[in-house]
Ligand binder design. Sequence first.
Ligand code: PNS
Length: 159
Amino acid sequence: MKTALYAGSFDPITNGHLDLISRAARLTDKLIVCVTQNQSKNALFTVEERLDMLKSVTSNYKNVEVDSFSGLLANYVAKNNINAVVRGLRASMDFEYEIQMAQMNARLYDKMETIFLMTHPNNSFVSSSIVKEVFKLDGNISGLVPDEVLKYMKNKFNK
Ligand code: PNS
C-alpha cells in the first residue's frame, strides 16, 4: 500500500490545493493531508479551524485522511511510512523554494521522495495569502476557495 503526504499551512485551503488533493488521491492508495502546526507564519485560522475545513472539503475522498503535526516534515514522513511527499508547482516562482525544501528534506531523511504536480492553469495565480488579502479588501473570491471555506472567511472577518 502506497501512502503519500500533502502537507502545508492551508490557511485557508484554496481550490488550487483541492485540485491537487483530488489528483494526488488518484495516484496513490492513501493520501494524508497534513496541516503543519509551526507558528513561523502568522496564521489567520487556528490549526483546529484549518483541520475542520480540510475534513469538510475532503470528506468525499475515500482514501484521503487529514492530520496535523509540529516539528519537521521529514520526521513525520519517517514515522508514518510515507512513500512520497506531494507538492504543487504553480510557476517558476515556486521552483526555487520547492527544490530547496525537497533537497533539505532528502538530507534529513534518506528515503524521502518529493513528487511535484503542476497546478491547473485556472489556479496558477491562487494562493492562500492573495485570497485573504483580496477578501479583506472586499474583493470577490468565489470560485477560488471551496464554498465551505468562504463561510469560514466571512465568519472570521465578520462579513
Ligand atoms: O503551504 P506551505 O506553507 O507552502 O507549506 C510549507 C511546508 C509546511 C510544507 C513547510 O514549511 C514544512 O515542511 N514545514 C514543516 C517544518 C519543516 O520540516 N521545515 C523544514 C523544511 S525543509
